[in-house]
Design a protein around this ligand. Structure first.
Ligand code: PAF
Length: 279
């Protein structure tokens, strides 16, 4: 595997490649990321991964400085997965001057859920992904469903901007106790790690309650938030949405059996976890 840090070298290395499958990451790779590499291999060749902790998508009180960084160990994992190129640019390489041209997602999608609690987050994601796509020129790019709203926004962005990249969504990789794998799980203390699967259990309870249809959805969401809060969590949202546009379903949607997803974000101690479950 080649580790490339400059855009020019990356372009040289990939010139003439028409079937590149790309997996952008922020590193600190776990089994979930590696499953994205394996899925990428099914969709294209060569597989290119990136590692870049993108300052633009972090707010002033977010964890940019303490975000886990482990480039050497990550590179070994990617090499074992048969990744052809790891693109790991410095900030100076990717943002040599202030990034004034930005890609702004539409308000309806970009400012709800994660966007409401992390203003500017999706602007940062869309901007770096557009720039990465411009460097890698992938035919396919793989994103995890764990970041459900991000996957949808990136998919809509590529469609509306006529980018020649197909976006593939990958299933969330979970520990045996149900906790979705995330680089941020490394922030959890041992006691918090024991508690963390409660978020996924809570999503399952919401999904069961929505399926039975006995209670109004708003009540199901409220009681899920209350039960997490009782366990010591600080939930930002637990929200049932339509899968195709992430808007709240109305009675007609429920009647018609429109596919739904429940999304959640909550703080456990100082760690903010997100997860979701298709219903
Ligand atoms: O999901 C992530 O790790 C990041 O948001 C991404 C897609 C690599 C953009 O920085």
């Amino acid at each position: 595997m080649k580790i490339i840090t400059s855009i020019e070298d990356l372009r040289d290395q990939l010139s003439g490649q028409l079937r590149t499958a790309f997996v952008p990451t922020m590193g600190s790779l776990h089994e979930g990321h590696l499953s994205l590499m394996r899925l990428a291999r099914k969709h294209g060749d060569p597989v290119v991964a990136s590692i870049f902790v993108n300052r633009l998508q972090f707010g002033p009180n977010d964890d940019f400085e303490r975000y886990p960084r482990s480039l050497e160990a990550d590179a070994e994992k990617l090499a074992r997965e048969g990744v052809y190129v790891l693109f790991a640019p410095s900030e100076k390489e990717l943002y040599p001057e202030p990034q004034e041209y930005r890609v702004q997602p539409p308000d309806n999608l970009g400012n709800m859920l994660e966007g409401e609690f992390r203003p500017g987050f999706f602007n940062g994601v869309c901007t770096v992904i557009t720039k990465m796509f411009s460097c890698v020129q992938p035919r396919v790019a793989v994103f995890g469903k764990k970041d459900y709203q991000q996957l949808m926004i990136v998919r809509n962005m590529t469609r509306q901007l006529a980018m020649p990249t197909e976006i593939v969504g990958a299933e969330t990789w979970r520990a045996d106790d149900g906790l979705a794998l995330s680089s941020r799980n490394s922030y959890l203390s041992a006691a918090e790690r024991d508690e963390a699967p409660a978020l996924f259990h809570c999503l399952n309870t919401v999904a069961d309650n929505v399926r039975t249809g006995r209670l109004p959805i708003a009540e199901v969401e409220r009681s899920a938030m209350a039960s997490l809060a009782q366990r010591g969590w600080k939930p930002d949202y637990i929200s049932v949405r339509k899968r195709h546009d992430l808007l709240a379903p109305d009675a007609a949607d429920l009647e018609a059996g429109t596919p739904l997803v429940v999304l959640a974000a909550a703080r456990l101690g100082t760690t903010r976890l997100i997860d979701n479950l298709e219903i």
